[in-house]
Write a protein that binds this ligand. Structure first.
Ligand code: SF4
Ligand code: SF4
Length: 229
């Protein structure tokens, strides 16, 4: 079955989990940000994730975490490129979604950017996890330090079931309380407030991540332990 071949290939290429969503699940995507807006022949979305080396987030210097994050984007893009080539040989049309930039959409005033599709929503729709109150994507086994890649394909393949029994622990507000900008309301994140704190430019113009408090304090940072709920 093609879905099994895709998953086997993606896992062997270095991803740690892979899920598939059929295009019908994206009906509620904002206009302009649906997989079909990117590639009109898209019938299924292959989504895969990989965890970053988790201790980068513990460094006081922002450099290790920033560099690790950028390297994660490269790893996810490499897997996506290899999957596209693999599918090409099978006469399946496959279009890569960048795991980070470039964006087409950027609101300078609010410092709010959007990828060509929302990878977090795609990962949820592929049954790989949920978005917590911080809006950070979380996988049950791997936690919230995962990065997401995706490929849009023109084949109809078996989708994965959506997750139904995984959510933030009742009453948890750790991420909201840890945010120095009060940027979260439990449903959305004020991107402008967040970016004012979480990004800065170093002397030569390099972009560095300067805050990861919401990710760091989450009890599911490295995955849900059986004892944590
Ligand atoms: S990264 Fe920092 S500033 Fe942004 S939402 Fe998380 S805790 Fe708040
Ligand atoms: S800190 Fe708590 S509320 Fe926030 S995302 Fe993690 S589990 Fe959910």
């Amino acid at each position: 079955m093609l879905s099994e071949q895709i998953k086997k290939f993606v896992l062997e290429a270095g991803a740690q989990a892979c899920g598939i969503a059929d295009i019908g699940r994206f009906e509620k995507a904002p206009i302009g940000f649906s997989p079909k807006d990117v590639f009109s022949q898209c019938r299924s979305v292959v989504v895969f994730i990989k965890q970053m080396p988790i201790d980068a987030i513990l460094a006081e210097s922002p450099v290790p975490y920033t560099h690790t994050a950028y390297k994660m984007y490269e790893e996810l893009d490499r897997i996506a490129m290899e999957l596209c080539r693999f599918l090409q040989q099978k006469q399946v049309r496959a279009v890569l979604v960048p795991s980070d930039v470039p964006y087409l959409s950027w609101d300078q005033e609010n410092m709010h950017g959007k990828g060509i599709i929302s990878l977090k929503h795609a990962a949820v729709l592929a049954g790989l996890g949920i978005m917590g109150k911080s809006t950070i994507f979380m996988n049950e086994a791997l936690g919230n330090m995962v990065y997401i890649g995706a490929v849009l394909i023109d084949a109809v393949v078996e989708p994965d079931p959506l997750l139904e029994d995984f959510q933030c622990p009742s009453g948890c507000r750790r991420c909201l309380e840890a945010c120095p900008q009060q940027a979260m309301d439990g449903i959305t994140v004020n991107q402008k407030l967040c970016r004012e704190k979480s990004f800065f430019k170093a002397g030569r113009g390099w972009d560095l991540y300067n805050c990861s408090a919401c990710r760091r304090v989450c009890p599911y940072r490295t995955g849900r332990k059986k004892s944590s709920q």
